[in-house]
Design a protein around this ligand. Structure first.
Ligand code: CUA
Length: 367
């Protein structure tokens, strides 16, 4: 982490000056940024103190035990000192454990994803960052988020490993290829302004150009920004159209007569699998089921689904997941008033989208 911060400080020193930057580090623009900096400054301080002590001792012994004209060339033999040796083992051990505990605390804070966060979907691609908001807005190398709100970044890559890095948030997470996982990280911005986004993993010749800006806005400005969007539909609506376009709807029938599992209400729920295991139907699992359908077969169903690897883009995957999420709230939030019926409707989407009917739907954006 200290290396990362130094890296970010160097990056920032070269970039344009934004809000009053401190003498050494970028703005502390997220809730956990001060914690990261405190640990970093502690490590720097400790390094300085130890360097002074050790260099001082070297210089002192250097002169004290220098070779003199009449000194005895063979010094007295020293057997060792239990007290000294114990001390120089135990004290650094305690210091290291203290640093470990402090770092672990901050790590857990950063990587425990809050449940009440707003989602932003990120796709890394040689060489740009693409963003999608659940409300439907899409951006490239520009990201708008509200201040004082927890944001969950759900990140995939279209090609190689990238690393999503916002120095001012002290937030950095690798985005790795593979069918069965998204990289997820969260942050809550504490100040409005414009902050740099970088790719922090060498990803080819255009790596150094793979950057952008996150604009942190007040609630009102953010609402205005969302309202001024392109109006092409929410992610869930786009996902619903893809669900029809790719023919998913013919098997995953909402009336449960398809040869594939019904998807209504599965999001966030545990699924029993063939072989006696189970899995929670989260973003990772749905992604894997689309790209590698054979990896996990739902109990009672045949492995008949074809892979959509190479057919569905990363952004479309995220839209499909948003759609499946929209037809299945993780908790019954009282929205399901008509028990047992009306399961084709989106309820409790949290997406702000209208109910999505599955039957007889034509793709809204078929290509
Ligand atoms: Cu993407 Cu470096």
């Amino acid at each position: 982490m200290p290396g990362n911060l130094l890296h970010s400080a160097q990056h920032f020193a070269l970039g344009p000056k934004i809000i009053g930057m401190s003498w050494m580090l970028p703005d502390q623009a997220s809730t956990y940024a001060p914690d990261v900096d405190n640990l970093y400054m502690f490590l720097v301080g400790l390094t300085v103190v130890l360097t002074v002590i050790i260099s001082g001792a070297i210089l002192y012994f250097f002169t004290k035990y220098r070779r003199r004209e009449h000194s005895d060339p063979i010094p007295a033999h020293i057997e060792g000192s239990v007290i000294l040796e114990t001390a120089w083992s135990v004290i650094p051990f305690i210091i290291c454990l203290f640093i470990f505990a402090w770092g672990a605390k901050i790590y857990l804070e950063q990587y425990s994803i809050p449940n009440d966060a707003l989602d932003v979907y990120v796709v890394g691609k040689q060489w740009m960052w693409k963003f999608q908001h659940p409300e439907g807005q899409r951006e490239i190398n520009e990201l708008h988020i509200p201040v004082g709100k927890k944001i969950r970044f759900v990140m995939g890559t279209e090609d190689v490993i990238h690393s999503f890095f916002i120095p001012a948030f002290r937030m950095k997470e690798d985005v790795v290829p593979g069918p069965n996982r998204y990289s997820t990280v969260w942050a809550e911005a504490t100040m409005t302004g414009k902050f740099h986004i970088f790719c922090a993993e060498y990803c080819g010749t255009g790596h150094s150009l793979m950057d952008g800006w996150v604009t942190v806005m007040s609630d009102k400005d953010y609402e205005d920004w969302l309202a001024g969007g392109s109006g092409t539909g929410t992610m869930a609506e786009k996902g619903a159209a893809l669900f029809t376009q790719y023919g998913c709807v013919t098997c995953h029938r909402s009336d449960a007569q398809g040869q594939c599992p019904k998807l209504e209400g599965i999001y966030g729920k545990s699924q029993d699998l063939e072989g006696g295991t189970s899995v929670v139907a989260n973003d990772d699992y749905i992604r894997e089921s689309i790209l590698s359908p054979m990896a996990k077969i739902v109990k009672g169903f045949k492995p008949v689904m074809p892979s959509f690897q190479g057919q569905v883009s990363e952004e479309q995957l995220q839209q499909l997941i948003a759609y499946i999420k929209s037809i299945g709230p993780p908790e019954e939030v009282g929205a399901k008033s008509v028990a047992g019926k009306d399961t084709t409707k989106a309820h409790g989407t949290g997406m702000g989208g209208p109910p999505i009917m599955m039957t007889g739907q034509t793709p809204a954006n078929s290509k």
